[in-house]
Design a protein around this ligand. Structure first.
Ligand code: G
Ligand code: G
Ligand code: MN
Ligand code: NA
Length: 245
């Protein structure tokens, strides 16, 4: 994959696109934001999942270049849509966050692409945020001071503790889809999701439920005050021009 990535970068990302998945208010279905998700349609190999090529890009030192491409597209798309899309979430890999040049990289992106940070949410996985915890806190705080908002991605799957969570400068948590997917299974699974929503409420963090696929999950999330839902039930990831909400 690394060789294919190299070629793709040389070809200026001809086969890569940024798709968007809506995050909606579960009651009104109003769009609150979109998550930007990288897609790669290789001419010979077909679709290659980011869960395969992102780790390769991290290993090969190419994650910065890919993220640059995402910022480029997101800034263009935000401009093109005016205020129709309130904000866009961009995934920041742990490898990039922990790079010593990370803050400088983000500052350069803001400058080069005339990005309005108040319309961008940076998603950091719980696992990445907890690694080198103090360094992560310092960097996330600096990003917040630049005007970005921060989401803790894949919440519940990392090794966070309440102690960490209290100290992390984040604005929202994204409850991992493995928990949402089990809402219908048993009482324990539901209690776990409720607990995550309660913790968020106590810490005054916004909540996004990931991977919402059924009305049963949706109704449970509404009853328990989840702010925003993202999943196949309310919208698949799609190119900006084809979004159906
Ligand atoms: O979109 P999909 O579910 O296939 O994504 C699989 C994984 O790839 C998810 O963990 C998602 O966060 C990650 N991913 C998708 N797009 C990007 C991106 O632009 N940057 C990074 N770092 N990860 C991404
Ligand atoms: O790790 P992260 O949360 O960034 O990854 C988001 C990924 O989840 C995207 O790759 C997207 O394609 C996928 N996804 C989005 N909605 C659903 C859903 O309802 N069900 C499942 N199984 N995956 C989803
Ligand atoms: Mn994400
Ligand atoms: Na996630």
């Amino acid at each position: 994959i690394q060789a294919l990535l190299q070629t793709e970068i040389q070809n200026r990302f001809v086969n890569m696109q940024v798709h968007y998945q809506p995050q909606v208010d579960p009651l009104s279905r109003r769009v609150l934001g979109m998550e930007a998700l990288l897609r790669w349609n290789h001419p010979e190999r077909g679709w290659i999942s980011p869960s395969r090529f992102i780790p390769s890009a991290e290993k090969a030192g190419m994650i910065q270049r890919l993220t640059e491409f995402v910022f480029e597209r997101v800034s263009e798309d935000l401009r093109a849509t005016g205020s129709a899309i309130p904000e866009v979430s961009v995934n920041v890999s742990g490898k990039l966050l922990h790079n010593p040049a990370f803050l400088e990289f983000i500052r350069e992106r803001v400058e080069a692409r005339k990005i309005d940070p108040s319309r961008i949410v940076l998603e950091i996985t719980e696992t990445a945020a907890v690694q080198f915890f103090e360094e992560s806190c310092r960097k996330l705080q600096a990003l917040k001071e630049m005007g970005f908002r921060i989401a803790l991605d894949d919440f519940g799957t990392g090794h966070s503790s309440l102690n960490y969570l209290m100290q992390l400068p984040v604005d929202m948590i994204k409850i991992d889809r493995s928990f949402i997917g089990r809402i219908g299974e048993n009482r324990k699974s539901r209690e776990i999701v409720r607990l995550a929503l309660d913790i968020a409420s106590t810490l005054e963090l916004e909540t996004v439920a990931e991977g919402v696929e059924t009305t049963e999950q949706m109704n449970f999330l509404i009853e328990n005050g989840c702010r925003s839902v993202q999943g196949y039930l309310t919208g698949q990831p799609a190119p900006l021009g084809e979004l159906v909400v």
